[in-house]
Write a protein that binds this ligand. Structure first.
Ligand SMILES: [Zn+2]
Length: 220
């Protein structure tokens, strides 16, 4: 009886949880990009961070072009230069924080293998894939050179331009995802809380049903 009442109350709310997905899930187990506050915060933070990264790369390209003019030769990437460039970009990015927002990592290694954090949400996964696709394309063009790391034959300036292009692709996808979220119903704080409570209630309900199922079985 109690179970029944619980179901009647929680169903309309639970139905709200299954809002139309705004993007196709990448993997079967991946939840689609949804209308949650978490997804919104993640997208907004990542967009701001990506914009900051692109701005920093612009400044760094100018700086390194000046250095090249000064020395009169091409400055090629090496682990020290790469770290220095990545550190100054990350310094700008990490200062941008939106409450509860999560960021995920992705990389393309010297063999052109792309790795995306398996925990990445559906909202951010696509944009990370688009970013890494830029590196993979460049990597595939160069890997025939049969070097341990072809990157160290690349000009620092070209490496930074490639990064900026990656962030540009990423930004386009992030803005697409955020625009799709405009179709989500407006949820105020209390509605969001209700949704979260409904999800927790549904979980308890599922557990209760499975307990009832086991009990019924044992009665037979
Ligand atoms: Zn990159």
């Amino acid at each position: 009886m109690k179970l029944f009442r619980l179901m009647t109350y929680s169903l309309p709310l639970v139905a709200l949880l299954w809002l139309p997905s705004s993007s196709v899930a990448q993997g079967a187990a991946q939840k689609p990009c949804g209308c949650t506050n978490q997804d919104k915060a993640d997208l907004e933070q990542r967009i701001k961070r990506v914009e900051a990264a692109m701005k920093e790369y612009d400044a760094l390209v100018q700086e390194w072009e000046r250095k090249e003019k000064g020395t009169g030769e091409s400055l090629l990437l090496n682990p020290t230069f790469r770290k220095s460039v990545q550190d100054s970009v990350w310094f700008k990015m990490k200062n941008i924080k939106i409450r509860n927002a999560v960021d995920y990592k992705a990389e393309t290694d010297a063999t052109c293998k792309v790795t995306i954090d398996p925990a990445a949400s559906a909202c951010l996964r696509g944009s990370l894939e688009d970013h890494e696709a830029v590196h993979k394309k460049e990597c595939d063009k160069n890997k025939e050179k049969d070097l341990i790391d072809w990157r160290f034959t690349q000009r620092v300036v070209d490496y930074m331009k490639e990064e900026k292009a990656g962030y540009q692709k990423e930004l386009e996808r992030l803005n697409d995802e955020l625009n799709k979220q405009k179709n989500c119903p407006k949820l105020d704080r209390s509605a969001q809380q209700l949704l979260e409570q409904a999800a927790a209630q549904q979980k308890r309900l599922d557990q209760a049903q499975s307990r009832v199922g086991k009990y019924t079985k044992s009665l037979k």
